[in-house]
Design a protein around this ligand. Sequence first.
Ligand code: PGA
Length: 258
Amino acid sequence: MARRKFIAGNWKMNKTAAEGAALVKELKEKLGGCASGCCCSGPDVVVCPPFTTAPAVAAEAKGSCIQVGSQNIHWADNGAFTGELSGAMLKDIPVTYAIIGHSERRQYFGETDDTVNKRTKAALKAGLKPIVCIGELLAEREAGQTNSVCERQARAGLAGLTADDMTTVVVAYEPVWAIGTGKVASNEQAQEVHAFVRSILKDLFGAAVADATRILYGGSMNAANAAGLLAQPDIDGGLIGGASLKAADFAAIVAAAK
Ligand code: PGA
């Protein structure tokens, strides 16, 4: 079964509301309208701005093929969770996707496999589509633990989900050593892990779900290397950080996914 490609920009802690709206305006111009195939035959296109920037971005993106996501979501409906946002609040923005378990959240903010699982379930409950991130550290790769780390993170992050839930879940494989470093995984390195992750999805949810689930690559993907990565049979798109902050670069990656 052909999986529709999926290109998501993770803006991280960049762009004020005005800057974000301007970036989306430029992106719309570069991508063209529906007639150019952006929303018909092209990939899903999602941008994930900071929370305060997201309303302006959503307003600018309205009516276009660009969808908006958050960079996190809390698992509770409300309560004493300083600095966090619930699914209902995110739907107010409105966003349709939520990045969950990004390695920077794991590294700097105490995200664990367990909290990734709770956030993923909360997103599904709120009707948001989770982009669940997994990926090994450099030391883990060098110790030959890439598959075991990715397997643990995928099994724990997706624990308790049904095949039906999986119809809206996107998985992002992001080797931590490749994020923001300019050291992209080779096409073969990335394909190997993607195929392995798909085998885990098959074990968890069956062949049909494994075949249908989009698995994105993230880590120094850019306009120059995107086509090679996206040509791999198990790489269904990208989660792009740095190169998503420039409309021309991000549009070129979207074009490479067509
Ligand atoms: P990068 O970030 O493209 O800047 O390496 C990717 C990510 O963190 O999602």
